[in-house]
Structures are given as C-alpha cells and as structure tokens.
Write a protein that binds this ligand. Structure first.
Ligand SMILES: Cc1ncc(COP(=O)(O)O)c(C=O)c1O
Length: 381
C-alpha cells in the first residue's frame, strides 16, 4: 500500500553512496576496520565519551557480545521489562539465563525502578534497563541498586543515539551498553549497531570478542608475534561498506535530532488540548533527560478505541503502528510460566499505545494532515 503518510522513512544524508564507493575503490577495504569504521568509532566515542566502542552488525549482535563479555551463563537471572524488544530476550535465553520481568512506569514506559529490588536473588547477574524511545530510565536509582547488590547493568540504548541521562549519553552508565543503527533508528546503515564498553576491565575481552575470539588487535599493535584463539565468539562486526554508509549519516546526527525535536514539539503543542479533554495521554519527558526524540507514542483509552483509531488512520492513508506485545504474554513468555495480570501497566499500555509518524523528511503539510485526522477521529467518536 502506498501511504500518504508512512510511519517511517529511513533517513538519507546524501553522501552514503559516495562514501561506499570511496571505501571500495579508494581505500580498498570492504570487510572490516577500514577508514569509515575508524571514523565512525571516533565520532561515536567523542559523542558518548565511552571508554571503547565497537561497531556491530546489529544491536542484537552487540548484545550477544555483551552476554559473553559479562559471562552470562546457565541459571543466571536477568531483570528486564516485559515491555521490550523480542531479540533482546532471545539473546539472554540462548545463553541459558532466566528472564525475570518487571513492570514499567506509565508516564515514561521505562522499567519501574521501584520494582527492581524485590526481584533480586543470589542468581541475579544483570539489570537490563531499556531506554524507551531514547528517553532515559531512572539511572540514579538503578545504579544505586546495582552497587548495593553488586549486579552489572547492561543498557539497551538501541533507540538512544544522541539521548542523555543528565550529562551521560545513553549506554554509558552500565558496564556495557548496546545501540542500534537499523533503518528505523534516527541514523542508520540498514542494519547495524554498536557495543559500548564502559569499564577498563572489559577492554581486552571485548576486543578479542569483536575479532571473532582471537587476540588479533593485540597482534596488530605488535604486542604478540601472532594471533590465535582466545575464547568463544561469533562474527559481530559491521562491514566496512555499512560503516561508510553510517559515517555519512553520523555527520548529520545533530541536524536529524534537531528536526525530530521540532516535529515532536509540534505534536505536543497540537495534541495537548486533546489530552486535557481526556481523549489521549502523551509521554512525559523528564527534565533530567535529553531526548533524541526517537518516537512519539500516544496512549488511547482502551484497545477497542486504539484498534478503531489505527483503522481510521489507515483509511486516511496514514500508517500508524503499535508495539510491544508484552514478552510475558507471548507464547514463549507463557512457556516460562508467566500469566496475564502479573504486569498490569505493561498489559494496559500494550493495548492502548500507538506511535505517530516521525521521520526526518516528514513535511509540515503531512504533520498538519495527521493532526487534523486525529482531531476528526475524536470528534466522530
Ligand atoms: C529497544 C530495542 N532493543 C533492541 C533492538 C534490536 O536492534 P537490532 O535490530 O539492531 O538488532 C531494537 C530494534 O528495534 C530495539 O528497539
């Protein structure tokens, strides 16, 4: 279906193909660690101020690395929201870990920090906060809990490029964090990601993991006479061609996030009255956070209205999507013994949430049309 207003249109910076051609023809590196991988890493390290960062072929691949980095194994428990992306749960599950779900806050859609501590046992290995929509979880509280119980934090900053908690870039406050450059993200390279290494003690293991379980980086620095097998690993790194694409996008990050901010605030200003009238609820941005305006979710009264809203907007040529189906109510979640009623906010939100179109090329005319149709929908209701 050709939408008048699609939900998303991947960002296009303009120099992507030129950089890919240069990578292939001028620098003659197509695999890994070429000019654009180095440039992208330098850019992201400067932006995030993390100790070390590696580009990966997805955020999911970055998480697979993180699982090995933190030595998450059979029987370890991972505390995470049920309102999260499926691939993250899968990676933990494949390591043999047990998923311990926690409900979210209705105003931020992030993990409810006040419900974490009661879930901690002697088997808890990691707290996995997901910074939903590029808006930070309450990291002061989560860090306090992790310190008290000596549990690692692994941040899901997949949606978080350019987002901050106080002065800290998302993904830099735990032992490690992951980021996504999938085409749905603010900047992207089709499929891609990064792992952020925030503690010195993980540096050596992390660089061996990104080199497919070898000490090749130490060899390239001349520290060892040859490189060999150091441990379990997969192939996580990003192709140089994708890195070339990504670098063209990173150079435009500030412009992209500024434009998204304008779109986000325009929605806020134009939908506030509808919130006052009780038709919908808007996400509350915390003053302590700097958002990257990745998503614009709204909450409707109930599932029936939400579903009617999606159908009505579709008739108007506007693509509206929802997520996440709660992990604990999925086929896999039920197999683990989870039941309806355990996480009431997650269950309620997942039936009421929709995300409105938000992308760089979204025109003022398109946005006015969407807002007009939202207003019509509630007038007809
Ligand atoms: C919150 C969150 N975590 C993880 C992922 C996985 O990212 P990727 O597709 O790069 O593996 C996504 C992807 O949309 C996501 O939104």
């Amino acid at each position: 279906m050709k939408w008048k207003v699609p939900f998303n249109k991947p960002f296009w910076g303009g120099k992507e193909l030129k950089f890919i051609e240069k990578a292939a023809k001028k620098y003659e590196v197509l695999g890994n660690d070429g000019f654009y991988t180095k440039k992208s890493i330098a850019f992201l390290k400067k932006l995030t101020k993390t100790q070390e960062l590696f580009l990966t072929n997805s955020a999911t691949a970055a998480l697979e690395m993180a699982v090995l980095l933190l030595n998450i194994t059979q029987g370890d428990e991972i505390i995470m929201p049920s309102f999260a992306y499926i691939s993250t749960a899968n990676v933990f599950l494949m390591s043999g870990a047990k998923l311990v779900f926690v409900d979210i806050n209705e105003d931020t859609l992030n993990i409810n920090e006040n419900l974490i501590e009661e879930k901690i046992t002697e088997k808890t290995k990691v707290i996995f906060p997901v910074h939903y929509g590029g808006n930070a979880c309450n990291m002061d509280k989560i860090k306090k809990i992790s310190k008290k119980h000596k549990i690692s934090i692994l941040e899901d900053a997949a949606q978080g490029i350019g987002g901050y908690y106080r002065d800290h870039h998302l993904g830099t406050m735990g032992e490690t964090g992951i980021m996504s450059f999938h085409e749905t993200k603010n900047v992207h390279c089709g499929n891609g990601g990064a792992i952020l290494i925030n503690k010195k003690k993980y540096l050596e293991k992390a660089e061996n993991l990104i080199e497919r379980g070898t000490n090749k980086k130490a060899f390239l620095r001349g520290e060892v006479p040859f490189y060999s097998w150091t441990g379990k690993a997969g192939t996580y790194n990003l192709s140089e061609l994708n890195a070339a694409f990504l670098y063209a996008q990173l150079l435009k990050l500030e412009i992209v996030n500024e434009k998204r901010k304008d779109i986000f605030l325009y929605y806020l200003n134009n939908l506030e009255d509808m919130e006052k009238e009780g038709n919908l609820k808007l996400l509350k941005l915390k003053k302590r956070n700097r958002s990257n305006y990745h998503l614009f979710p709204i909450l409707l009264e109930n599932r029936e209205i939400r579903d009617k809203f999606i159908v009505y907007m579709k008739e108007c040529g506007i693509e509206i999507v929802f997520h996440y189906y709660p992990l604990h109510l999925s086929k896999m979640g039920r197999k683990m013994g989870y039941k309806r009623g355990q996480f009431p906010i997650t269950e309620s939100i997942s039936q009421r949430l929709v995300r409105l179109p938000l992308f760089f090329d979204y025109s003022a005319k398109q946005q006015d049309y969407v807002i007009k149709k939202i207003k019509y929908f509630f007038m007809r209701k």
